[in-house]
Design a binder for this molecule. Structure first.
Ligand code: FAD
Ligand code: SF4
Ligand code: SF4
Ligand code: SF4
Length: 601
């Protein structure tokens, strides 16, 4: 007997659609394992669904599908760290380059029509009051979701405008402020009370203890606001040169001041130390402030730094140089206390670190000097907790510790975003902000009011063609480097126009489509195997489906008399539709399997 399951009987509803909703772990597991981009996205964006909408020219729908997972699609379409693209099946060996998922997200936002209306299904008012501290992406996402769920939300922000690092970290040439403004406004428009210029904690009008008294729940999403000091040797050991030398600054306060419209200058030769988004941004800003030479110094090698390769490429086009395998050990000042350069030690690559990075090991006796006139230190950030006026349990990294329900050690005090995890990315902060909102809702209401199910829907015909596999990845058009450097706000990425956007969308394999053969109806004519573009259809003795939906041991049949079933390997399948079209007895079915959030009755 074969263990291959028969395709599921779908219920035909009154509108004629054949659909089923399932919380069976095998269906949930199938979606998790077979849609790698969505599983890699910290906000679980339904990527194949929005890419399909783009292919059909429905940009507004694509925008809405995105917005269900993250409230800022136009923002994310520009600056997302793109974990999904690293996981995309199209980028697997032999399949070419990943789909330009993020550029498509941006295009959906750019190309939706100007009268596009946002759709939102609101819950009835609950009468519960929630305070959120910090209006970065985590706080904004949580405020949005909690207001949709019917709660009264007040969002406290210390700066004069909301957005967190989207506004005070990321420069406008990567994220235009009008886009940010519109999407923040839309996220907070459902009655969220925004109190800007209002810090929370010790020595303010709003100590946390007061918020805990006045509100039913409090969410801390205060980000990671303290720059890490540069560990140096010799006379600089345990001293921060930014405290004494006017030419040395930490990157985060440098960018924040610039984005508060304070005047910032750099001298002729700028050295940036660090390897993340902040370091790249400091360097690119310095180039726009008129520096003649900008060099980013990194400890490891360029291929291991945690920014997108597009960022590095564009920075280099702006004349910025990246010098790898060096660690600063000291700085040199002249008699007037002005910076003359940095002393480095040369590194060699060591073993692997967590997150796919490589260790950098200093080579003894390899010290050397690099002249520069401005040094920007951007080696990372940590959370600040000294503003807390209630005793909250911290972990060994001094981040607040939260339980499985998202709550800190203080009853009613929740936390989310970089404030809990340490520095991450915008999409991770949004994912965690949304999760925090759901946890607060469950705690306040005593039940889970939204559930995630798998929606399984019959699809009448293949949505892809084999010819789509020959379309190359569409490149993002960008502004001319010389023009960029004359402006601090000219956007670098110009957006994919409609035609290349549609071409790119066709490249997606639509991994949410599940191809299945009904073994009881198959006549084993092998026509599907003959037309298949790859080893995606297999004759097997049997195949077991594990409890989590994954395919267990596959025993391919070498002889005819051993054939127990015919099996489509959805891992290999590129949804070309050839088998479906050729099958003489129409025993191949296609279903669209995707997560949906449904309200509990
Ligand atoms: C320069 C720079 C560039 C970056 N580029 C990218 C990028 O391209 N892509 C990407 O994915 N990620 C990027 N990141 C990382 C990303 O911005 C963060 O991971 C993300 O913003 C974290 O969101 P958050 O809401 O947790 O915190 P934040 O965005 O840091 O927001 C925290 C907010 O809390 C407020 N706050 C703090 N304390 C208080 C208080 N006591 N009372 C009231 N308000 C308070 C702060 O003013 C701030 O507005 C970048 C970060 C930096 C610094
Ligand atoms: S091919 Fe499409 S659905 Fe599949 S992983 Fe890539 S973007 Fe996602
Ligand atoms: S649709 Fe059919 S023929 Fe095409 S890749 Fe998938 S299993 Fe193979
Ligand atoms: S073409 Fe159809 S009938 Fe023939 S082997 Fe394939 S699934 Fe079976």
């Amino acid at each position: 007997m074969s263990a291959v399951p028969a395709p599921r009987d779908l219920i035909v509803n009154p509108t004629g659609e054949a659909v089923a909703y399932s919380d069976d772990p095998r269906d949930v597991g199938w979606v998790v394992k077979n849609i790698p981009c969505q599983s890699a996205c910290p906000a679980a964006t339904n990527i194949p669904a929005y890419i399909r909408a783009i292919a059909e020219g429905r940009h507004g729908d694509a925008y809405e599908i995105n917005r269900q997972a993250n409230v800022l699609p136009g923002v994310l379409g520009r600056i997302c760290s793109r974990q999904c693209e690293k996981a995309c099946r199209h980028g697997w060996p032999g399949n070419g380059e990943p789909v330009a998922i993020c550029n498509l997200k941006r295009s959906a936002s750019d190309l939706k029509n100007s009268g596009h209306r946002i759709t939102e299904e609101l819950f009835a008012p609950t009468g519960k009051r929630i305070a959120i501290v910090g209006a970065g992406p985590a706080g904004v996402a949580a405020a949005h979701d909690l207001s949709v769920l019917g709660h009264d939300v007040t969002l406290f922000e210390r700066e004069s405008q909301p957005g967190g690092m989207l506004r005070y970290g990321i420069p406008a040439f990567r994220l235009p402020r009008d886009i940010l403004e519109i999407e923040l406004h839309n996220a907070l428009r459902l009655g969220v009370e925004l109190r800007v210029g209002e810090g929370v904690g010790k020595n303010t009008s709003f100590p946390v203890a007061r918020l805990l008294r006045d509100y039913d729940a409090v969410l801390m999403s205060a980000g990671c606001m303290a720059p890490l000091p540069l560990p140096l040797n010799g006379e600089w050991k345990n001293r921060d040169p930014a405290d004494t030398c006017p030419d040395v600054e930490h990157g985060l306060p440098f960018l924040m001041a610039l984005h508060r419209d304070e005047k910032k200058t750099v001298r002729r030769r700028v050295a940036v130390v660090g390897a993340g988004f902040s370091a790249l941004d400091c360097a690119r800003v310095a180039a726009r402030l008129g520096a003649q030479e900008v060099v980013i110094h990194i400890r490891t090698a360029e291929e291991y730094i945690p920014v997108t390769k597009e960022e590095i490429f564009e920075a280099k086009r702006e004349g910025i140089r990246i010098r790898g395998l060096r660690t600063p050990v000291g700085i040199e000042l002249d008699a007037d206390g002005r910076l003359t350069g940095v002393r480095f030690v040369q590194n060699r690559l060591g073993g692997w670190r967590e997150g796919g990075r490589r260790l950098a090991i200093p080579i003894p006796g390899s010290e050397f000097f690099e002249p520069c006139d401005t040094l920007l230190i951007a080696i990372g950030q940590k959370t600040v907790n000294d503003f807390l006026d209630v005793p909250v349990e911290l972990d060994r990294w001094q981040n607040v510790r939260i339980g499985e329900n998202g709550m800190t050690s203080v009853r009613g005090l929740f936390a989310a975003g970089d404030y809990v995890t340490g520095p991450t990315t915008v999409i991770e902060a949004i994912g965690r902000g949304r999760q925090g909102a759901a946890q607060i809702d469950a705690w306040l209401m005593g039940e889970t009011r939204r559930r995630r199910l798998v929606r399984i829907e019959s699809v009448a015909e293949p949505l892809r063609e084999r010819a789509f596999d020959f379309i190359g990845r569409q490149e993002m058009p960008t502004a001319v480097p010389n023009e960029r450097l004359r402006s601090r706000t000219l956007e670098v990425d110009l957006g994919l126009p409609a035609q290349p956007c549609q071409e790119e969308s066709k490249r997606c394999y639509l991994c949410n489509l599940k191809y299945q053969i009904d073994v009881d109806r198959c006549i084993y004519c092998r026509a599907c195997i003959e037309v298949a573009p790859r080893a995606c259809i297999k004759l097997v003795e049997s195949v077991d489906i594990e409890a989590d939906g994954s395919c267990g041991k596959l025993r391919e049949a070498k002889e005819w008399n051993k054939v127990g079933a015919i099996w489509i390997d959805n891992n290999e399948c590129i949804r070309c539709g050839a088998c479906f079209k050729v099958c003489p007895v129409k025993c191949i079915s296609i279903t669209r399997n995707e997560f949906v959030e449904v309200d509990q009755p």
